[in-house]
Design a protein around this ligand. Sequence first.
Ligand SMILES: *Cc1c(COP(=O)(O)O)cnc(C)c1O
Length: 372
Amino acid sequence: MTTIPAFDYLEQYRAIEDEFLDAAKRVFESGRLILGSEVTGFEQRLSDFLGAPAHAVGVASGTDALVIALRAVGVSTGDQVITAANTAVATVSAIREVGARPRLCDADPETALMDVEGLAELLDDRVKAIVPVHLYGSVVDVPGLVAQIGGRSIAVVEDCAQALGSTLHGRSVGLLGNAGAFSFYPTKNLGAFGDGGACLSVDRELTERMRVLRSHGMGADGDVVADGVCSRLDELQAALLTVKLRHLVRHLERRREIASRYDRLLGAGVKRLRATPGASPAPHLYVVRVRDRDRVKAMLAERGIETGIHYARPIHHMTAYEDLGYPRGSFPHAERLAREVLSLPLYPELGDDAVKRVCEAVNEIVGSEPPG
Ligand SMILES: *Cc1c(COP(=O)(O)O)cnc(C)c1O
């Protein structure tokens, strides 16, 4: 019995190995390793793909992309930033890194996304920004969120780390609010061979501020005009990402195909998440909700099926975030999701037979009849 891994980049690497090696050789022989033409070229192609008006800003990680975007919209020490209780730690560590205080909100149990309706009661004068997280490739209703903000001066910085390729009413994530942050962590929809990230905005001026911030706040003439950071995408990762960008449409199409196969082949007793109306998700993770999740995960592992959990602990259950002052029970939906979510294997090279094998195993373990 062959094992079905939760994630595997090797098959994809082998399929287009020559392109990667050519790109790497080009960088090695170029004489330039930081902020050269590979980064500029990638930034431009990424923006073209997303439909962004200004070139994206390549940075060292998705976490840094969030940090830089938050700083660019003016978040600093003592400000408050609202985000989801059920997100990757990176969302919250980025908020803390800029000196702001994260305020959490519960999830909508149907979508697992930030409960936009429930936000209203959290909005006050101390809130400087909101970070909606497009979890699993699903899309938060950002226009709905902006409507909740009303006339208040609160920026929206989208965490798009898991949602590259996702759109809402045809518009890419990251361009729905004031700024967006993407991650090229290897497992993500566009994964590098190491760390990488990008931030962008619909606002050209804001994009240029982010570009300055990523390299010590230094302007074109060498003067330092803001307190920046040192966080640059390097030439090698940019060249490798440019190769992957050429195959991205096909890879995202395959992700969608796998997700719809799961939709079809999983039994009615296996609880799925709902998408936001108007959204066209580029699925990053295929997440189901099961009771007795850890047992289901172990039984799948016995059958050679690796799965993931995103995430086993909501943010307020993390030791370092106890000082946020949210006792257990504060976010019942996020807490329940943490107990029930299970991520089934999803990556472009996953074959139809493997998807079928996963569905049969899940249906059997959960005791659910496959759809007629
Ligand atoms: C991966 C991820 C990040 C951070 O990206 P890195 O590139 O690992 O720093 C941020 N937010 C979410 C939701 C993520 O999944």
